[in-house]
Design a protein. Structure first.
Length: 615
């Protein structure tokens, strides 16, 4: 199956032109406007907090309202917008422009600058084309991809092209441009908590988010991803409530029990009376989807749960659904990721008096007990080793695959020579430092707004739904829900080791208790298990990895180490590295720029601002 192309929104701002060349091509998801004041284009769902502008948007389209707002207020118009969108506007009179993505960078937007011009597009290769520039692979992006399994903003896979990060805009005026953050989360961390009041506000916000996401859709044309977790189950229930009729729900099942949650999705479907479709994803079907994935992404993408996401969206489309509702965001807003509990546990070590840590515990573990392999001592040593590493450094220090193998054992010398080894970690530190939150849990949430939602989960779902020919919306990320989560007391998001304490208690009685109390599972795929059991899939992966070694990206010796690790009893963990490398090679093969090669640049930090990255 050939994936549908990405929608098109692109343009060029130039100091020497009165008008800007703005283009949008996404039937049913976009609007455009142009008159003597200037021009504007919008992709996605854009709403306005200003009553007059919202009335104009309903009457004449979102682009007309944006053009009016930008003519009046310039970049301050961003204070009045909400939704899941990309936008661009140009003022002829002032020769200034703006291009922006929403709070969570739901859709991709890349830009580059050259000779007084700023070009932007939804694909990085199109930015190169608009600037008449030959694309070159950016070694920093390859490094970041292997570290994060995606290419995080502000980087893109090509040198001189940047991607807008969460809540960012490029403002063009007086012949120059700057990257500005139009939204940053402001956490209210000392507000008085009253359960009933917060529960009512929470449920009202969720209902509003679901209704906004449904829009003008019907029970026949709107479907829900249903993994059986609290987020997707809640959305399925609220969609059924909003329609006053059974919602259509879609789930993926696996024949590997450790990955299969179909029991919970069936439970949720029965509880709410949805019209439910369940599909068992086979290794052969997953193998067939690999090429679709490689062609659907505008740059390498290594999150393997894209496969079940795409298959689920494709099945929904075949059933007549044109819009899917995704459950993404609940974990990052209300404290649902396992590492939040882990980090709370590690933070307790800081409560031990410094004299006891430095004078007793650590000397014992590093000295007299350093060779002891007895389980309690070994576990305590591992705990202390992790707890001594500050945040955010310890988030990937122990379990990150690139860290586990070692950068110099993985990458070829020619690529290593062009890198700053700690660049990905510096990016994490920069994101951590800019947070205004005072509590650890809220700083972790803000960290995941970027690295989990903006860089990984939302690109996964939006691209896979687009490839399947359906639109997607995220009710959990509606402004009302986000704003409620920012006001919620930190201790209600994570209560010691209990994830999403308030979220679960607020939904008790609405969701079955079995779904509320089940362990978080996710939407992963048993690629590692399949790799060991399926020779055809294994041969495909081996061929891809050998090609990466031939390109001079990874070391041939490392491939042997990876094969040994795969058979160590942890195929799920090490299979992730195989997947990430395989998808990099397959993306390179399907890239629209067939002769793209590594750039020979001096080392630069990944933390360079998006403005400098795009110059």
């Amino acid at each position: 199956m050939t994936p549908a192309p990405l929608p098109r929104l692109e343009g060029v701002f130039s100091a020497g032109s009165e008008r800007a060349a703005l283009t949008v091509d996404a039937p049913g998801q976009s609007s455009a406007a142009q008159d003597a004041r200037g021009s504007a284009v919008v992709f996605g769902r854009l709403a306005f907090r200003d009553e007059e502008l919202q009335a104009l948007a309903l009457r004449a389209g979102a682009a007309n309202a944006l053009l009016e707002g930008f003519a009046r207020r310039g970049a301050r118009t961003m204070d009045l917008v909400s939704g899941e969108y990309l936008l661009a506007a140009w003022s002829t009179q002032n020769r200034r422009g703006i291009v922006a993505t929403d709070r969570f960078a739901t859709y991709p937007l890349y830009f580059g600058a050259q000779d007084g011009r700023v070009a932007f597009a939804m694909r990085p290769d199109r930015v190169c084309a608009l600037l008449s520039r030959a694309p070159e692979l950016d070694p920093r992006a390859l490094h970041a991809y292997l570290y994060f399994h995606v290419v995080p903003a502000p980087l893109s896979i090509y040198r001189g092209v940047a991607r807008l990060d969460v809540g960012e805009a490029v403002v063009f005026e007086a012949g120059g441009h700057s990257v500005q953050r139009h939204w940053s989360p402001v956490f209210v961390e000392e507000a008085r908590f009253e359960f009933e009041r917060e529960r009512d506000a929470f449920m009202a916000a969720l209902r509003r988010g679901v209704c906004e996401s449904i829009g003008q859709g019907s029970p026949e044309t709107v479907g829900c991803f249903l993994s059986g977790g609290t987020d997707s189950s809640t959305i399925a229930g609220l969609a059924t409530e909003a329609f006053g009729a059974p919602a259509r729900t879609f789930a993926i099942a696996f024949d590997v029990s450790a990955y299969d949650e179909s029991r919970y999705s069936r439970l949720a479907a029965k509880h709410f009376g949805t019209i439910h479709t369940e599909h068992v994803l086979t290794p052969a079907e997953a193998a067939g989807a690999i090429d679709v994935l490689a062609a659907a992404y505008e740059q390498p993408f290594g999150n393997s749960s894209a496969v079940p996401t795409h298959v689920c969206a494709r099945i929904a489309r075949q059933a007549g659904v044109t819009r899917m509702l995704g459950g993404d965001g609940g974990d990052e807003l209300y404290g649902g990721n396992e590492r939040y509990a882990t980090q709370w546990l590690l933070s307790l070590y800081g409560l031990v008096p410094g004299a006891a840590r430095r004078g007793v515990v650590e000397p014992l573990l590093d000295g007299a007990l350093s060779g002891t392999a007895v389980m309690p001592v070994r576990k305590l040593r591992g705990y202390v080793e992790q707890a001594r590493v500050p945040l955010p450094d310890r988030l990937n220090a122990r379990y990150g695959l690139l860290n586990r193998f070692g950068l110099r054992n993985v990458l070829a010398d020619g690529l290593l020579d062009q890198l700053s080894e700690d660049a990905p970690l510096q990016l994490e530190r920069d994101v951590w430092r800019r947070s205004g939150a005072r509590t650890q849990i809220n700083r972790l949430l803000e960290y995941d707004f970027k690295f989990t939602l903006g860089d990984s989960d939302l690109p996964k779902v939006t691209r896979m739904c687009n490839a399947a020919g359906v639109q997607v919306a995220f009710p959990m990320l509606a402004d009302a829900v986000v704003d409620h989560s920012l006001r919620l007391a930190p201790g209600e998001k994570l209560k010691r080791m209990r994830l999403r304490h308030f979220f679960k208690e607020a939904l008790r009685g609405f969701l079955p208790d079995e779904i509320i109390e089940k362990r978080k599972h996710g939407f992963g795929m048993p690629f590692g298990d399949w790799l060991l059991a399926q020779p055809v899939l294994r041969d495909r992966a081996d061929d891809a990895l050998a090609s990466l070694a031939h390109r001079g990206i990874v070391r041939k010796e490392f491939l042997g180490q990876l094969h040994v690790a795969m058979r160590s009893g942890h195929a799920g963990y090490y299979g992730t590295m195989v997947w990430v490398l395989m998808m990099l090679e397959l993306w390179l093969r399907s890239s629209p720029v067939a002769d793209v090669r590594l750039a020979s640049a001096s080392p630069r930090s990944v933390t360079a601002s998006a403005a400098s990255a795009a110059s």
